[in-house]
Design a protein around this ligand. Structure first.
Ligand SMILES: Cc1cc2nc3c(=O)[nH]c(=O)nc-3n(C[C@H](O)[C@H](O)[C@H](O)COP(=O)(O)OP(=O)(O)OC[C@H]3O[C@@H](n4cnc5c(N)ncnc54)[C@H](O)[C@@H]3O)c2cc1C
Length: 461
């Protein structure tokens, strides 16, 4: 078995771990300390998750000032504050610029590399680490940690079992989302073994699955409401998939209870369910409520800027227009389609009609004859009040972030050091910190990582 020694070992070469390694090595160099810093990363390359962030464009921070920034942190904002001020969004921008990455700030204060290539962010982090003499051992999966006059880390590397010894250990193994990137929640087990509490874990920033959207669903006995993304789409789901909705108002209510959450913005029907920025913002509260047994429904207002009365007037005037004596006579169904084409994207109409069978109904007018009836009030109701039950949510296989984690009450916000185990530091998503989409999650990973690295180094001075 190969044996190694490093003053500081960091488990997990993601956003938090790479920044921790850079922070630790740089701090040591500036302090004139000859420390060795090693990152152990199980994947063949570091930063696999960063590669898929922001749809491959990497929204690496958000440049809002702390007072606004902190309102986008769902859990852990008080804990993060000190780390943020130590290494804030402007410092992160400066860091990447100093590594040769040109950056741009877009709508909503979201910062991206100007190339819109997430690989530029990963390359910059790795380059910065190497520049400070950090060793990155990839393909090295840690299997266990013990304490004996320092930390002993057992791992499997390409050559076989290996062991590292260190006096300062940083755990930055991330959460559980997108396990294919290497984030499989290993850090929670070790943190528990050191006496830490792990608050309940659940998927956040994820797709919601509407009733009737999927078929052949087998309920997940281990996670209430989880509907794996791989279940096939129903006929209605297939018709809805690919539709993008903008400027819509959304609200979620619990059966027999009140309003759970409201949002305004964009949504997309996908292979998983309904997702997109506004749904992601709703999803945390929805998943939590469903895990607690709540039955939820989603209401979509496709025309939030118009009142129901005004919309009905418009629908009636479109109907009259179609009925004008000067026009070629139209069948009832064609008139209905003409109204809908005026109010909805054409590709959405078949699924919209499937979901609202009361818009067009057949009425028997004699023993042998039926007449198609178009209900204008029901068109308005469908546009303003499209209500669907929520059957569940997509889980860790495709959620953006894991809510819950190592309790921040047990970690020092000033240093990121464990209050349970001296010499152990934790940073990034393994902690009970999660935020909205918009660059907040990577920024908190960078801030907590930098502080953990600097503190681990300083403690060896
Ligand atoms: C699809 C998607 C898009 C996203 N887009 C954005 C975005 O645009 N902006 C934003 O701010 N946030 C985004 N996020 C969230 C953000 O990527 C994460 O919050 C952030 O990467 C967490 O960083 P981390 O370093 O804590 O964990 P991770 O990035 O998950 O890194 C953990 C690392 O630890 C390694 N590891 C785990 N176990 C072991 C072990 N036993 N041995 C060795 N190594 C191990 C893993 O391989 C991994 O490399 C996105 C997330 C996803 C899934």
């Amino acid at each position: 078995m190969n044996s190694y020694r490093s003053d500081i070992v960091i488990i997990g070469g993601g956003a938090a771990g790479l920044m921790a390694a850079y922070g630790a090595a740089r701090q040591a160099r500036l302090g004139g300390l000859p420390l060795t810093v090693t990152v152990l990363e199980k994947m063949p390359r570091p930063g696999r998750k960063i590669m898929i962030t922001g749809k491959g464009r990497c929204n690496f921070t958000n440049v809002k000032p702390w007072n606004d920034f902190s309102t986008h942190i769902s859990s852990g904002s008080r804990f993060v504050k000190n780390a943020f001020y130590n290494f804030d969004c402007n410092a992160v921008l400066d860091f990447f610029e100093s590594q040769g990455v040109k950056t741009v700030v877009e709508r909503g204060d979201r910062a991206y590399p100007a190339s819109y290539k997430s690989s530029d962010i990963v390359d910059a982090l790795v380059r910065a680490c190497f520049g400070e003499g950090v060793k990155i051992a990839t393909g090295t999966e840690v299997s266990g940690i013990s304490i004996d006059n320092g930390f002993i880390i057992d791992a499997l590397e390409a050559a076989g079992p290996a062991r590292w010894k260190c006096s300062r250990l940083i755990i930055s193994t991330g959460g559980l989302s997108y396990p294919g990137t290497g984030s499989t929640g290993d850090g929670y087990t070790w943190a528990r073994s050191f006496g830490h509490t792990v608050t309940p874990l659940f998927p956040s920033l994820t797709a919601l699955v509407l009733a009737g959207y999927k078929t052949d669903v087998v309920p997940d006995a281990s996670m209430k409401g989880h509907i794996d993304r791989s279940f096939p789409l129903s006929e209605t789901g297939s018709k809805l998939r690919g539709i993008h909705l903008e400027n819509i108002a959304l609200s979620v209510s619990a059966a027999g209870g009140g309003l759970i959450a409201e949002e305004f913005g964009e949504a997309d029907f996908t292979d998983g369910g309904i997702e997109g920025a506004a749904i992601f913002r709703l999803s945390r509260k929805c998943v939590k409520a469903m895990l607690n047994g709540a039955r939820l429904s989603l209401k979509i207002d496709l025309k939030p800027a118009v009142s129901s009365e005004d919309l009905l007037e418009r629908v009636r005037s479109l109907w009259k227009e179609a009925d004008k004596p000067s026009r070629r006579p139209m069948r009832e169904k064609d008139k209905c389609m003409m109204i809908l084409r005026n109010l909805l994207p054409a590709e959405m109409i078949p699924a919209f009609l499937d979901c609202h069978p009361r818009i067009m109904t057949l009425q028997r007018i004699s023993k042998t004859q039926t007449k198609l009836w178009v209900n204008l009030e029901n068109i308005v109701k469908a546009l303003k009040d499209w209500e669907m039950d929520i059957d569940g949510y997509v889980g860790y296989e495709r959620c953006v972030v894991t809510a819950g984690g190592v309790s921040t009450d047990e970690v020092s916000p000033k240093t990121m050091e464990s209050k349970k185990c001296p010499g152990l530091y934790l940073c990034g998503e393994v902690l009970d910190i999660d935020s909205d989409t918009g660059g907040y999650n990577l920024q908190t990973a960078f801030s907590t990582g930098m502080l953990a690295g600097q503190s681990a180094s300083s403690s060896l001075a």
